[in-house]
Write a protein that binds this ligand. Structure first.
Ligand code: ADP
Length: 218
């Protein structure tokens, strides 16, 4: 069965989530207290409704409890974001995802029942910093404080070398998840596969190990 999502708050962030979910063909209920915002999304999502996220009765009336994931994307109004999260928790929503404005907001959200807290500005900042610091890092995903997945572009040094030659697993304790070459993606490449300059390696490992690997080979 198709997953059902509800997005409360249709600013830039909530709005782009609605667009992306709708593009994926998901069922989306879009909610905002502002009529203009709701009208903007009426043609995009399954259903767009004017309602206040803090209004428990209204949310119950919309059957919010049955949604697989409810995303609270209320921007600057921290109080409304917190109150909405409390209401969703009281109703017993299965998975509540909330956008946090700062670390303090995040702490409060976790205490009051948010299952997932996202910090888009901070996360994008870290990503941009990584790609500025290292010109070979194309993209970056932090798995934990110490582990990441990175996309590295193979330079001349790697041309014609195999993963075995690099000894990625033994020496660097990293794993190559996939190699992208143009439109082709080789998932879980075999150790003897040859790398060409311009290939994109998707690597998982400890940050320090990835940095060592990059310093030596990229
Ligand atoms: P962004 O930073 O993502 O652009 P904004 O602050 O511009 O966020 O937008 C947040 C949206 O949340 C606005 O459309 C606003 O009308 C909506 N919003 C704020 N408070 C509530 C609330 N209590 N219930 C529903 N929607 C709300």
């Amino acid at each position: 069965m198709k997953k059902q999502f509800a997005v409360i708050g249709l600013g830039r962030f909530g709005g782009s989530i609605c667009n992306a979910l709708a593009d994926e063909g998901m069922d989306v209920l879009a909610i905002d207290s502002n009529e203009y915002r709701v009208n903007e999304f009426a043609q995009v999502v399954t259903q767009a409704v004017i309602a206040d996220g803090m209004d428990e009765k209204a949310l119950r009336g919309l059957g919010i409890r049955n949604f697989d994931n409810v995303i609270v994307a209320i921007g600057d109004n921290i109080q409304a974001s917190i109150m909405t999260t409390i209401v969703l928790d009281e109703i017993g929503v299965k998975h509540i995802t909330v956008k946090a404005q700062n670390d303090y907001h995040e702490k409060v959200l976790r205490r009051i029942g948010a299952h997932e807290v996202i910090h888009p500005e901070r996360d994008i900042g870290v990503r941009v910093a990584h790609s500025i610091v290292s010109k070979s890092v194309l993209d970056y995903l932090e798995l934990s404080e110490d582990y990441s997945i990175v996309e590295l572009e193979a330079g001349q040094l790697l041309d014609g070398k195999s993963l075995l030659d690099l000894d990625i697993r033994e020496t660097y304790e990293c794993n190559v998840l996939a190699i992208k070459r143009g439109e082709d993606v080789h998932v879980s490449p075999r150790p003897e596969v040859d790398i060409s300059e311009g290939d994109i390696l998707i690597i998982v490992g400890a940050d320090g190990d990835i940095a060592r690997l990059e310093a030596r080979w990229i």
